[in-house]
Design a protein around this ligand. Structure first.
Ligand code: FAD
Length: 288
């Protein structure tokens, strides 16, 4: 089993303290030579400028290949495409194109009257520019808004047909969840790269709440294991070992790329990477 290619998701900082956390995360994880890193776009489109600035800074100062997340929420088509122009000018060549979630308390997603109606429209517009590699989200446990499992896969196929070439999945806890999804995508004729999204559990209660909200199934054995680990003060030990085991199962099943949701906390991700045989690479800049 060879070492996997890794990528890391960060979120843009909204305070001075959060900025230090982000830079510490980038500095800790960049020696692992990620294929790409990505920067999220706040729910409800709330971090448009912060995301742009974080993407540009990481791209310029760390020489990393950065994929900027972009959503359809609360923006006109013109505003969204203007952000893309700014990315292209800054040398950013990858976008994670999403429909996005509505602002807190707003209920269901409602397109802006002059905005993109859904992720497929955004993907087509990005593909028309010819300037970006387009990645999209995918859901091994069906998305809460999916009419059925089949509808979810059909929709992913439409996103690929619209111009996306890579999908990153929502997190999940068992490798079989991913393998079943991968098989169903293949049967539907989806031949784009599908990268499993991996969440090292930093905070069990927070993850459980988030999983319930976004439709990610949490097996009973995982719930019991974390409840016991918290009682025994072994949370991080369990988080690293479960996550390493999940990644190993995925790699043994033929997966070559893993995308880590770091939540701007690098240490569990780094430990899992080390367990998988990914070790820091010295760059020319380090030794010069
Ligand atoms: P889509 O794939 O377009 O839709 C989700 C599901 O809803 C589809 O599978 C389909 O079943 C159904 N659906 C949607 N539209 C239609 C339609 N027109 N016709 C039929 N069915 C439809 N959110 C943020 O706000 N900012 C981020 O930076 C961010 N990053 C993310 C990164 C990844 C890798 C993932 C997996 C999710 C991310 N999210 C982010 C969350 C995401 O915005 C939400 O899950 C959102 O509800 C769906 O966005 P999407 O582009 O994946 O949706």
């Amino acid at each position: 089993m060879s070492a996997p290619r890794l990528s890391f998701e960060f979120f843009p900082p909204q305070s001075l303290e959060a900025s230090f956390r982000l830079w510490d995360t980038v500095r800790t994880l960049s020696p692992l030579a990620p294929e790409f890193v990505s920067v999220t776009y706040g729910a409800g489109g709330t971090t448009r400028d912060l995301t742009h600035d974080a993407v540009k800074t990481i791209h310029n100062h760390y020489g990393l290949n950065v994929a900027a997340h972009l959503t359809c929420v609360e923006a006109t088509k013109a505003e969204t495409m203007e952000i893309c122009d700014r990315y292209a000018e800054a040398g950013v060549t990858e976008i994670v194109a999403l429909r996005g979630d509505p602002p807190k308390g707003a209920g269901a997603f409602t397109p802006h009257p002059d905005g993109f109606a859904d992720s497929c429209e955004l993907i087509s517009a990005l593909a028309d520019t010819g300037k970006f590699k387009i990645r999209v989200g995918a859901y091994p446990d069906p998305h809460p808004e999916a009419a059925s499992d089949t509808a979810d896969i059909d929709w992913l196929k439409r996103k690929i047909d619209a111009g996306a070439t890579s999908a990153i999945t929502q997190f999940f806890f068992e490798a079989d969840t991913f393998f079943r999804f991968r098989d169903r995508c293949a049967a539907a004729g989806i031949d784009a790269q599908i990268i499993p999204g991996i969440l090292p559990v930093e905070n069990w209660k927070g993850v459980k709440k988030f999983a319930d909200r976004c439709g990610a199934h949490v097996p009973q054995w995982v719930i019991e294991a974390f409840e016991k680990a918290e009682r025994d003060d072994r949370h991080d030990l369990l988080a690293v070992s479960l996550c390493s085991e999940l990644c190993t199962d995925l790699l043994e099943g033929g997966v070559e790329d893993l995308h880590f949701y770091t939540l701007n906390k690098p240490h569990l991700t780094r430990e899992v990477a080390h367990a998988l045989g990914v070790v820091p690479q010295a760059t020319l800049r380090d030794v010069a």
